[in-house]
Every structure is written in C-alpha cells, then in structure tokens.
Write a protein that binds this ligand. Structure first.
Ligand code: DQA
Length: 149
C-alpha cells in the first residue's frame, strides 16, 4: 500500500512553532515516527508552502498512491482551490491537524478542505497522523474489496 502524506505551509517549521498547539516534534521526526509505526506501508512525504505546488501534487497522486493524508495547515481555512483538487481525486483522503482547530480562534473552526475528505482528525498532535493512517488503511482495503466483488 502506498500513502502520500502532504503537509502545507509553515509545517516545515514545526519544532519552532507554538509548542502548546503543535508539540515540540519537527516534521522530520513526525515522518520518522510514521515510517517506523507502519513498516508495511510505503510512504511519500511532501511539504510545501505554495498552494499551487500542493494542488499539483494532489492532482498527480492517484497515479502513484492509494490514499492521501493531508494537513493543509492555514490553507484549510482559506483554499477553495485545494478543496476542489481534493474533490476531483477519487482515492481515500483524510485531513489531519496537530492542534484542535475547534478550541482555538474562530477563524480556524471552519475547514473548507475537510468538507471533501473522508474524515478529519484534529487535536491529537502527531497521533492525528497515526490515527489517520490507521483509518485510511481500512478505507483502501474496503475499496479494493468492493472493486473485486
Ligand atoms: C494546523 C492548524 C491550522 O489552523 C494552522 O494554520 C496550521 C497547523 C494544525 O496542524 O494544527 O498551520 O493545520
């Protein structure tokens, strides 16, 4: 199984950002935890601060990957274009947030991008990614089974 992990703007600076919201792990450390927790899965990791690059990566993902886990970061609350790209691709996708977007400023409560994902996991720090991967494995297996039967 191949899963693409996409991280949006400023997540390259994890470790330096507000530790109360995001914890103290760097993105490299989170990616390492992901790889060592799910050794049976092949992961691609992509981070960008640029909206168009994220859209390009989403558009090409079905050629190489069975599913996407995405943290669109600040774009979650603003990007109709990333939302539309996610809606177009027909592989399972789960949105994650390190912080609990419902317990922060009101402008973070609405996720435009989350509305077209199969689910959203928010507030569990790096465990949000692990919970999303665990769940998306089930979605991929279910999809494969229904294609066979
Ligand atoms: C975030 C939450 C967003 O509101 C914020 O802009 C981020 C990170 C999270 O993972 O908690 O950059 O997506």
């Amino acid at each position: 199984m191949n899963i693409l992990i996409i991280n949006g703007p400023n997540l390259n600076l994890l470790g330096k950002r507000d530790k109360n919201q995001y914890g103290d792990l760097t993105l490299e450390k989170i990616n390492h935890i992901i790889e060592t927790t799910f050794v049976e899965i092949h992961f691609g990791f992509f981070q960008s601060n640029i909206e168009g690059e994220i859209i390009d990566r989403i558009q090409t993902s079905p050629q190489q990957y069975d599913a996407i886990v995405i943290n669109p970061a600040g774009y979650s609350h603003t990007s109709v274009a990333i939302r539309d790209a996610l809606e177009i691709i027909k592989i399972p996708k789960i949105e994650v947030h390190l912080s609990n977007i419902y317990s922060r400023e009101s402008f973070r409560e609405k996720s435009i991008t989350g509305s077209v994902c199969d689910g959203v996991i928010t507030g569990l720090r790096e465990t949000s990614y692990l919970a999303a991967i665990y769940s998306i494995k089930t979605l991929v297996i279910r999809k494969t089974m229904s294609a066979i039967t």
